[in-house]
Write a protein that binds this ligand. Sequence first.
Ligand SMILES: Cc1cc2nc3c(=O)[nH]c(=O)nc-3n(C[C@H](O)[C@H](O)[C@H](O)COP(=O)(O)OP(=O)(O)OC[C@H]3O[C@@H](n4cnc5c(N)ncnc54)[C@H](O)[C@@H]3O)c2cc1C
Ligand code: FES
Length: 257
Amino acid sequence: MSRLFKASIIENIQLVKNHYLITLHPLEKIKKPKPGNFFMVAVDHNLYPLLRRPISIHRWLNGDFQLLYRVAGKGTSILSRKKPGDILEILGPLGNGFPLKINSAHIILVAGGLGVAPMFALAELLKKRNPALYYGARTKKELLRIDELNALGLDPIIATDDGSSGEKGNIVNVLKRHIARHLSSISDNMLFACGPEPMLKALSLLAEKHGLQGYMALEQHMACGLGTCLGCVVKTTKGYRRVCKEGPVFPIEEIVW
Ligand SMILES: Cc1cc2nc3c(=O)[nH]c(=O)nc-3n(C[C@H](O)[C@H](O)[C@H](O)COP(=O)(O)OP(=O)(O)OC[C@H]3O[C@@H](n4cnc5c(N)ncnc54)[C@H](O)[C@@H]3O)c2cc1C
Ligand code: FES
């Protein structure tokens, strides 16, 4: 099965300002992505932007799939203007994805901002295990896919910076308070997270403090997505590692911030 494929756009809808959900139909059979895998999407045939843009698998729909993305710059802006029927050239699925053999009794999932894109896929896959899903965003408007999460029975615990939905403040502090209330059983949890770097750093400290095992999906600027350009390395306790190849998911205790 080739990892380079063409896909036609079924739908490319704006959810809220600058945030889009694109549904794609691969024109050939592709490998089923794992949560935490990503695709390198060529947003245009023109010379600029030359590079593909990395975007996580958000949802797998029996062969079709969805990506959830924010317009950050030129590439994603071009993507947001694509119409149903347009064809995209895509590489993937890439990266290691989240490990799915989980021995812990309980699962904690933390999504910050657009980190909900891959965490949705993981939550959907793990829903029978009743994971506790913590979801933080700047404001209510930027809480994406809440109805779909609720429909899956994954009622998230929410925090927003401005208090417009859920608890006011950051989601790591909410988790901290919950952990403090259930300290005796906390080591029997596995933590998975994706979100902005400050959130992941704070979660790493929390995990270290409580001896919590887990994994985080990291983001880095990427050029090739295939492990050859070394443009995406991060420092880990095992040396420098490529986010596109050995990652994007790393054990929490291996990440050197
Ligand atoms: C493994 C992986 C998975 C990702 N999954 C998603 C996803 O599901 N949804 C989504 O919206 N975005 C995701 N991203 C981020 C996305 O790739 C960038 O927002 C995108 O490449 C920006 O391209 P652009 O041409 O629009 O912006 P550019 O003009 O290239 O950059 C605009 C701004 O975004 C910043 N930026 C660019 N690339 C990255 C990056 N890789 N990480 C952090 N900041 C970046 C730049 O520093 C700049 O400030 C992911 C990134 C990685 C590495
Ligand atoms: S993007 Fe080229 S090595 Fe990771």
